[in-house]
Design a protein. Structure first.
Length: 120
């Protein structure tokens, strides 16, 4: 697999001391994006299943932080085009980072794989 055809990692992780945190892949170039400054929907999604919580978080983020989310996604798309892995961080790595990762995953899904460091 050449460097232009290898799968790129889109990793989500939490930055809180109780979390596993990010884990870059060796010497691979990596773009780190921060979702911790986006609206935190925890109270609105805490009682939902993981799948439903991520879907609801995405709706909330696009309503409350659309411009910021779009900027993050544009940066991520450029990283994918240039062959960089991506790490998306938020406080606990469970909602915001995974919702943003889902949006990024819609761009060239055959070129990426997900690595979610925090369990739900």
């Amino acid at each position: 697999m050449t460097s232009t055809s290898r799968k790129l990692m889109v990793q989500t992780a939490g930055i809180h001391k109780k979390c596993n945190g990010p884990l870059p892949r060796g010497k691979t170039k990596t773009l780190v994006l921060y979702a911790d400054n986006l609206h935190n929907p925890y109270n609105q999604v805490k009682n939902l299943s993981e799948k439903d919580a991520i879907a609801q978080t995405l709706k909330i983020l696009l309503k409350k932080n659309k411009e910021q989310v779009e900027k993050i996604v544009i940066k991520a798309k450029q990283a994918i085009i240039t062959g960089k892995d991506i790490i998306i961080l938020c406080k606990y790595g469970k909602h915001r980072s995974k919702a943003v990762a889902q949006l990024i995953g819609e761009f060239l899904p055959h070129r990426i794989f997900f690595d979610h460091r925090e369990t739900y």
